[in-house]
Each structure stands twice: as C-alpha cells, then as structure tokens.
Design a protein around this ligand. Sequence first.
Ligand SMILES: Cc1cc2nc3c(=O)[nH]c(=O)nc-3n(C[C@H](O)[C@H](O)[C@H](O)COP(=O)(O)OP(=O)(O)OC[C@H]3O[C@@H](n4cnc5c(N)ncnc54)[C@H](O)[C@@H]3O)c2cc1C
Length: 295
Amino acid sequence: MKPAVFNYLRPESVEEALRLLSDYGDDAKVLSGGQSLIPVLNMRLSTPEYLIDIGKVEELNYIREEGDHLAIGALVRHKDIESSPLVKELCPLLEEAIRWVGTTQIRNRGTVGGSIAHGDPSAELPCVLAALRGEIVVASMEGEEVLSPEEFFLTYMLTSLQPDQMIKEIRFPIMSKESASSFVEVARTHGDFALAEAAVVLETDETGTVTKAQIAVGGVNPTPTVLEEVEEHIIGKKLTDELLAEVREMTEDNVDPESDLHGTDEYRRELVGVLVQRALKTAVARVMKGDGQHE
Ligand SMILES: Cc1cc2nc3c(=O)[nH]c(=O)nc-3n(C[C@H](O)[C@H](O)[C@H](O)COP(=O)(O)OP(=O)(O)OC[C@H]3O[C@@H](n4cnc5c(N)ncnc54)[C@H](O)[C@@H]3O)c2cc1C
C-alpha cells in the first residue's frame, strides 16, 4: 500500500520545526529516520495531514560529553553511535546495545530520537536509558522539559509527547571507570525486536561483592522496567548461584509479559529471568577482569 496524501514540510532549524509543530501539531507527524513511521504510513495505520521531516535539522546531530552525561541529539543515527569513540569510552552499555537494533540498513537510517519517541518496550535504547537513569529533553515553542524514562514512557508505544512537542536530546549518564556493563537479548533472528532483553551496570569491590547495581529489562512490560528490588537485593553480596537463583525469581515476579505470535507470557517471563542472570554474570566477570566493559 501507499501512504495517504500528506503535505511535506522540511524545516532546517529546531525553531522552524517547533513553529510548524505549534501550527500543525494536531494533524502532523515528525519524520526522522522513517524506519518505523514510513511502514505505519504505508499501512495507513496513521494518516497525518502534514509530515515534518527533521532530517535537515543539522543542529540536532551531535554526540557531546557534557558534565556527567553524554548528550546525544535526536537526529543522531544508530550507526553513528555504533562507531563513536566517545560512546565506546564513556557509555559502553549503549555501544553494546545498539548493535542489536535492526540490521545495518535500519541502523544507517534510524535515529536515537525516533527510537525513543516510538516508545516500543522491546526496543533496545529505552531499556538502556532506563538502566542508566538517563533523561529525555523535550521541546516546544513554550520551552524545554527534561524527563526521566518513567515520566516519558507511559505504556506500550505511548509516550508523554504532546502534539506540539519534539525530542531534542537524549542524555545518557557517563559510566564510571570502575563499572562494567552487559546487554543481552533474545530475538527470533538478530535484527528483530527483542522477545526479552536485559541491561546491567555493576560495580564490585576486589572480592566481587556488588557495591552498585543498575538493572533494567525490556519486552516484558508495557514500558522499560527498572528492577529496583533486585538492585537493592544484590548490593553488599557476591553473585553466587544461590543469589542468582533469587534474582531470577525476583525478576519473574516483577514482569507481566503478554503472549503473542512469537512467544507465550510464560516463556518470556522465564526468558527474562535467565537474561538478567546472564547479564549479571557477564558484567561481574568484566569488572573482575578490570579491563573495561568489553571483552
Ligand atoms: C525491519 C525493522 C527491524 C527493526 N528492528 C529494530 C530493533 O531490533 N530494535 C529497535 O529498537 N528498533 C528496530 N527497528 C526500528 C528502528 O530502530 C527505527 O529506527 C526507530 O524505531 C525509529 O527511528 P526513526 O528515526 O526511523 O523514526 P521514524 O520512523 O522517523 O519515527 C518514529 C516515530 O517517532 C516520531 N519521532 C521521530 N523523531 C522524533 C522526534 N525527534 N521528536 C518527536 N517525535 C519523533 C515519529 O513521529 C514517529 O511517530 C526496526 C525497524 C524495522 C523496519
């Protein structure tokens, strides 16, 4: 199918884009990499009167170190994250996760802002953002708001974005040199959305006792989910087999997946428990090796 007729608008600055959103927001959609929106338009699941293509808004295309976080402009493409030395050095969890997003072709076009705005709970970036306690900068003609993932992701593919708002920047906290991370997922084939996924950042002392833990899962609840209870439970302990068994049980208790064509709720629940165990084991091995976050 082809999309319904629309008016195509191509702003060249954030200000122009925001003015267009203020004028036409109720009848408009922002077009970024088009990897999710174009199929939706082609299937006529959405028929906006205006498409506001932000592809030429170069001021949204940057990866910068700013204080305690990496500031990534909404228009940065997945492939630029994959190849960024700054991301590799300061936020290796993001670098590891981005390789799971779609195929090379998708990563060449898809953007960070688009991925977050789409609000798919199986997508990798929302899960990473939740684990790291990152932030989303949303702008309109009225000004800017900085939102946590909990404030931004409301439910399955629904975010707090208002018709006159757009995402300007995503802030990924810089990981400490003492930490290590791990991102794991299971998908039907590499490049598909995750059936379940887990993102972990850990710090331990020299004996392997956990001193800091950040854990999030995706694909198993309507929004990416931080496992606070599990984080608190493992602090001050070593990741023994007994503790990992408890972690698995607690993870399963904190998710409420749905069955679909690709897997039952039961399967997803068990899967995510195992993935959290795996991510923790990998992260702790990486910390103990003391050679950074990656093998
Ligand atoms: C075959 C296939 C496999 C894929 N696999 C994966 C996968 O494994 N993991 C994964 O995470 N993604 C996957 N994707 C999606 C891909 O990552 C998209 O790039 C991403 O979801 C959307 O980014 P985009 O830039 O293409 O956004 P678009 O498609 O342009 O937009 C998506 C939505 O976000 C809105 N939007 C875009 N930018 C902004 C902004 N700055 N402010 C406000 N709203 C905005 C649009 O209006 C639209 O509603 C896949 C896509 C395909 C086609």
